[in-house]
Design a binder for this molecule. Structure first.
Ligand code: LMR
Length: 398
C-alpha cells in the first residue's frame, strides 16, 4: 500500500524547529516558530496557568468523556472573552461555540462546516498568510484564492488593493481574516479599516471567517477583538476560530474554539448540531485539560487578574523588543529603514531580506527564520539583539 509514497518536504515552520534544535552552536538565535519566549529564551508555563492547574488537579473527580462540543463552561467563558459579556449575538442566542483542539482544530471545523453548507465555496486568504492555513482549509476540500494584503514598501496593509479585490467577489465567497497580530506580516487593520471592510462585506454578502490566535498580544484583550466584535454584531453570519496557545501559553494542550454567528437562534441551533456531528467524525471529543485550565482562570476573579497581568507583560516585552531591534538595526544597518518593525503588532514581522540572505543568516550566523524572512520577535533577547543586528548587517553587505 505505502511503497509508492514519496517523502514530502516538512512544513517550513516545523522543519525550521527541527533544524534549530539540531544546531549545537551556542550563539544560535531562534526566530522561527511562533511561541512566546522570555528574556532567557524560555516559554514558561504562565503562573496563572500553574495555579489553575493545581486547583484543577485537586478538584477533578473524573476523566470521563466531555462530549463532542467540549466543555460547555469553557465554551461560554471563551465566548465572553472574545465577544465581551454583553455582546448582542450572545444576548440573542445567535452565536454558538464548540471547543476544538487548538486554533487549527477550529479552523478545520469551520472549513468542514462551510463545505457541508456550500461544497463549492472558495476561501480567499491574504497574501501572504500563515503557512498552515492552506493545508488546514484546503484539506477539507475547499479551494483557496488569494487577495492582496501586505505592502512591503510600507510594512502596512495594502488596504486599497485588498478592498478592490474583495469588491469583485461573488456573494457567499468566504474571506479569511486575522483579528490581530497578522501572521506572518504583523500588519493589522485599524478600527477604521475594519469598519470600512464591514460595509464591503455587507454590500457584497461575503462570509467572514476570522482567525483569532493572539488576543491580547497586539494592543490589548479588548482592542484585539475590535473587528471580531464589530462583525459579530453587524452581520448575520460570521465564523471565528480562536486559539488559546499564545495568550494562555497552552501550546501543547491544544485548546481552542470555533464561534459561529447565525442570523437566528434556530439557525444557530442547527449549525451547532452540524458542528457536533463534524467534530465527532474527526476527533470525536477535544482534549479537556487546557480548556479546563482556561475556564478555571476566567471564572476566578483573582486568577483572571493574574492572567491579564501576564498577558500585559508578554505584550509589553514584544513591543519593547520591537523598539529595541529597530534601534539596533538603525545603528548597524543605517542604509536601510527597519522602522516598520516598531509599527507592527504581535510576534511576527518580515525582516525583508531574500531567501538566499535568510539562508546565509542561518548558515553563517545561526539565526533561524523562515525562508520568507518571517521572524518571531519574541525570540530576541537583550543578549542577542546586537548579535542579530550585526549578523543582519553582514548579510546585507553581501
Ligand atoms: C507559527 O506560525 O509559527 C505558529 O503559529 C506555530 C505553528 O503551528 O505554525
Amino acid at each position: 500500500m505505502f511503497e509508492r509514497l514519496e517523502p514530502v518536504i516538512p512544513d517550513p515552520i516545523l522543519g525550521l524547529m527541527a533544524a534549530f534544535r539540531a544546531d549545537p552552536d551556542p550563539r544560535k538565535v531562534d526566530l522561527g516558530v511562533g511561541v512566546y519566549r522570555d528574556d532567557r529564551g524560555e516559554t514558561p508555563v504562565l503562573e496563572s496557568v500553574r495555579r489553575a492547574e493545581r486547583e484543577l488537579l485537586a478538584r477533578q473527580s473524573t476523566k470521563s468523556y466531555v462530549g463532542s462540543a467540549g466543555n460547555p463552561a469553557f465554551n461560554e467563558a471563551i465566548e465572553r472573552l472574545v465577544l465581551g459579556d454583553e455582546h448582542e449575538a450572545r444576548l440573542t442566542a445567535r452565536v454558538r461555540t464548540v471547543q476544538a483542539p487548538g486554533g487549527c482544530g477550529a479552523l478545520r471545523l469551520g472549513a468542514e462546516l462551510i463545505r457541508t453548507a456550500s461544497p463549492d465555496s472558495l476561501v480567499h486568504v491574504s497574501t501572504p498568510t500563515w503557512a498552515n492555513h492552506s493545508p488546514l482549509l484546503s484539506g477539507s476540500g475547499l479551494r483557496l484564492e488569494r487577495y492582496p494584503y501586505f505592502d512591503p514598501t510600507t510594512g502596512g496593509v495594502q488596504f486599497g488593493a485588498m478592498t478592490a479585490a474583495l469588491e469583485r467577489l461573488p456573494p457567499r465567497a468566504v474571506v479569511l481574516l486575522q483579528a490581530s497580530c497578522h501572521n506572518p506580516t504583523g500588519a493589522d487593520l485599524s478600527p477604521a479599516q475594519w469598519r470600512e471592510l464591514l460595509a464591503l462585506v455587507k454590500r457584497r454578502q461575503l462570509l467572514p471567517f476570522i482567525d483569532m490566535a493572539y488576543q491580547g498580544l497586539g494592543d490589548g484583550v479588548v482592542e484585539d477583538a475590535y473587528g471580531v466584535r464589530l462583525f459579530c454584531t453587524e452581520l448575520s453570519e460570521v465564523l471565528c476560530a480562536v486559539s488559546c496557545s499564545k495568550n494562555f501559553g497552552l501550546y501543547r494542550e491544544r485548546t481552542g474554539a470555533l464561534h459561529v454567528v447565525n442570523e437566528t437562534p434556530a439557525g444557530a441551533g442547527a449549525t451547532f448540531s452540524q458542528l457536533v456531528r463534524i467534530a465527532r467524525g474527526i476527533w470525536s471529543m477535544p482534549p479537556d485539560h487546557g480548556a479546563a485550565i482556561v475556564h478555571g482562570i476566567l471564572a476566578d476573579a483573582p486568577l483572571r487578574t493574574a492572567w491579564a497581568e501576564e498577558v500585559v507583560a508578554m505584550r509589553q516585552r514584544i513591543q519593547g523588543l520591537r523598539q529595541e531591534v529597530v534601534k539596533q538595526l538603525r545603528e548597524h544597518c543605517p542604509q536601510r529603514d527597519f522602522g516598520f518593525i516598531a509599527t507592527q503588532r504581535g510576534m511576527f514581522s518580515f525582516l525583508g531580506i531574500d531567501t538566499a540572505q535568510v539562508r546565509e543568516l542561518r548558515a553563517r550566523h545561526h539565526v533561524y527564520m523562515t525562508d520568507d524572512s518571517r521572524m518571531n520577535i519574541a525570540g530576541l533577547r537583550q543578549e542577542n539583539l546586537e548579535y542579530f543586528a550585526r549578523a543582519t548587517a553582514q548579510v546585507l553587505a553581501g
